[in-house]
Design a protein around this ligand. Structure first.
Ligand code: AMP
Ligand code: MG
Length: 391
């Protein structure tokens, strides 16, 4: 049995890394950027009006101004603005030469002569200057980040339509256990529905990787071995749930060894998820996750998800929010580090959710996150600041 930090260190140190590929930028949501995005132009590309109004000279604020042209967005001005003149201009249109401010239309008055007059008090120029947001050659997005919608907008504005991203790790998901039936079936006596496989497939997808489900392996060693071998030959990572605890049919660690996996650990001092097993095959990482759904979920979040990001060149960190506990929390056994599902209340406190242990599958949908208690730590005081890791 090893401490959680050591397990995390071993998982982080695999050195496994997927390759890169070029994809169209609109397809890149949630992928990991593998090359910097550099702007091919200044932004704004020209001095741009930020309001609808009249472009003129600041020196002319007290004068009646003759309107010499109308400049809609998308049109280049045809004449410069001279003294006592202005051009009607729309938001987003280029500011004509000679003008150094835009009077907002709401702060002007049209005179019977057809000229306009400023009726406001001068506050600002209302011009976005060429290059004030971005200079040509500026690095806008750095390799290693998870691509979000706002990043895609930046790619679009910079004309960066082919994006280099990391190839998604291929991840096999296998359920083990003779008691399992697929969720579309009504379980018979002594059977339960397989909830881990779909949970893991969804966690894999959320981590930006590509999952493939290999079905339920009933508790026969040779059958399980053949499924594991096939999965190993086709994937960068294999996740198998169940069969890692101390029961008569918990032979996953030995099956993995027979498949040529070098086991790095098979017990972690952590709750839930003590029997979590991890090993390496020449080209892939293998996790034997506990069968209990909460353990499987939590160990994926703690160990598998960071590794998937690492394999894609991303130093992903979960969102940790520091908030006070709304009640005193105690636990019985303090031999291991523990992770406890909690919710964040509307008034900004952390409250443990009802949680009966690692088989209590309906506890997790209530939870916004998990909090850690160190080995030896027995209680958290009311009002104590805890770090909530979003799940
Ligand atoms: P095991 O690790 O195989 O001893 O399984 C521990 C517990 O988790 C048992 O109660 C199993 O029935 C349950 N379990 C195992 N695999 C799954 C699964 N895929 N979905 C839901 N529960 C499971
Ligand atoms: Mg089992």
């Amino acid at each position: 049995m090893i401490p959680f930090e050591q397990a995390f260190g071993l998982v982080s140190g695999t050195g496994l890394r997927t390759g890169t590929e070029e994809i169209y930028y609109t397809e890149s949501l949630n992928r990991i950027l593998a090359g910097d995005v550099v702007s091919d132009m200044d932004l704004p590309p020209f001095n741009k009006s930020s309001v609808d109004g009249f472009a003129c000279r600041k020196a002319d604020l007290d004068n009646e101004l003759e309107i010499i042209e109308t400049i809609p967005a998308g049109k280049w001005p045809s004449v410069p603005v001279r003294s006592a003149q202005c051009s009607r201009i729309m938001t987003g249109a280029p500011v004509p030469d000679g003008a150094n401010c835009i009077l907002m239309v709401e702060e002007t008055q049209l005179m019977p002569s057809g000229k306009i007059r400023f009726t406001g008090s001068f506050k600002k120029e209302n011009i976005a200057m060429k290059g004030e947001d971005v200079r040509k050659g500026d690095t806008l997005l750095r390799a290693g980040k998870v691509i979000r919608p706002q990043d895609i907008a930046v790619m679009a504005s910079a004309g960066h339509i082919k994006v280099l991203v990391s190839v998604m790790p291929k991840v096999a998901v296998i359920s083990s256990g003779s008691e399992l039936v697929e969720p579309d079936k009504k379980p018979g006596l002594s059977q339960i529905r397989n909830s881990n496989a779909s949970q893991l497939m969804a966690q894999v997808a959320r981590a930006g990787a590509s999952g493939k489900y290999y079905g339920i392996a009933a508790d026969f060693e040779d059958l399980t071995l053949s499924i594991v071998e096939k999965a190993l030959s086709e994937n960068d990572m294999v996740l198998i749930t169940g069969g890692v605890s101390m029961g008569d049919f918990d032979f996953i660690p030995s099956v993995l060894e027979r498949a040529g996996v070098k086991i790095l650990f098979s017990r972690i001092a952590v709750r839930p998820g003590k029997p979590t097993t991890f090993g390496l095959h020449p080209k892939s990482a293998v996790f034997g996750l506990p069968g209990n759904p909460v353990s499987s979920f939590v160990q994926f979040e703690l160990l598998v998800r960071p590794l998937l990001f690492k394999m894609m060149g991303c130093n992903w960190k979960p969102l940790d929010i520091k908030l006070p506990m709304n009640e005193k929390f105690t636990r019985k056994f303090t031999d291991s580090m523990a992770f406890i599902p909690v919710m964040i209340t509307g008034d900004g406190f952390v409250a443990p959710v009802e949680y009966h242990g690692s088989a209590h599958i309906s506890a997790l949908p209530e939870a916004d996150g998990i909090i850690a208690m160190a080995a030896g730590q027995q209680l958290i005081e009311k009002g104590e600041i805890v770090s909530v890791r979003q799940i």
